[in-house]
Design a protein around this ligand. Sequence first.
Ligand SMILES: Nc1ncnc2c1ncn2[C@@H]1O[C@H](COP(=O)(O)OP(=O)(O)O)[C@@H](O)[C@H]1O
Ligand SMILES: NC(=O)OP(=O)(O)O
Length: 311
Amino acid sequence: MKKKRVVIALGGNALGKNYEEQKEAVAKTAKVIVDLVQQDMEIIITHGNGPQVGMIQNAMDQLACTSEDYKETPLPTCVAMSQGYIGIDLQNAIKYELYSREMDVKVSTILSQVEVDKEDEAFRSPTKPIGRFLTKEEAEKNEENGIPCMEDAGRGYRIVVASPMPKRIRELQTIKTLVDAGHIVITCGGGGIPVVNDGGKLSGVSAVIDKDNVSSLLAAELDADYLIILTAVEKVAVNFGKENQRWLSDLTVDEAREYIAQDQFAKGSMLPKIEAAIRFAESAEGRHTLITLLDKAADGIAGKTGTVIHK
Ligand SMILES: Nc1ncnc2c1ncn2[C@@H]1O[C@H](COP(=O)(O)OP(=O)(O)O)[C@@H](O)[C@H]1O
Ligand SMILES: NC(=O)OP(=O)(O)O
């Protein structure tokens, strides 16, 4: 029987907020991933980088203040650093989990660049939260210094950067080759390194692509059966956080569009997940997206929990 091909997008909870937490989180994440491999699935992993890329950029900025030898590091370079910083820990945790279960499966992390349109209107209207949560006062101070900040889904304030739509994954052929050869592939970390293509010359641009958006593109390009978005909620809700909150188990793209029109999903958090799910569902027949918690991935695939978005 043909194996099911699954793109898994890992959210912040699967990665932790700092180096120590990351080590612990990826060990737990690896168990979930290897469970799915044991259920005969081909797994491609993408991951977020919001907290990490903000932390890296902040560290590099502080370094640039200490000596003229150090210069500001462009945001796309910080994204590249975050791919390495997270990818290597994920790769090693998965390799160790495979080794513990005496499974011989290769794991590869592919640095990936993703083309965006330099005219994307996201460059004029930043919405992607990065870095740590800030107090209102810290956010106001940033704004005074020309650093845009936004309230993030009721959890505090964060710096926001442009998040253009991904158009083309440059390393797609390499990723395909490795998946076809049976590797677990970690790629498009942090949404991919955002680049524009000027007559064949790729140049980094100051942005952070949404990992759910790139995951949807990757899943469609790899002809995946499922896109699984693992995040901090077991299900998607309407009236989220309100007294009349209602969890959703099943959502058609038409219903999803209706709820988007009602503003049910927060920008920069749940909205890109739903939009990514709609695009994947509409890219071909039979494509489903599951949104759930890391711990519930297997139950979600078995149809016991999570929110499934389909045509
Ligand atoms: N309608 C909604 N239903 C469920 N969660 C929502 C909704 N709107 C906003 N959220 C928030 O979106 C969060 C997931 O987005 P985010 O934290 O950006 O994901 P991740 O970092 O895991 O990719 C949830 O933890 C929840 O706080
Ligand atoms: N790049 C990205 O989407 O990161 P988060 O999932 O951490 O927001």
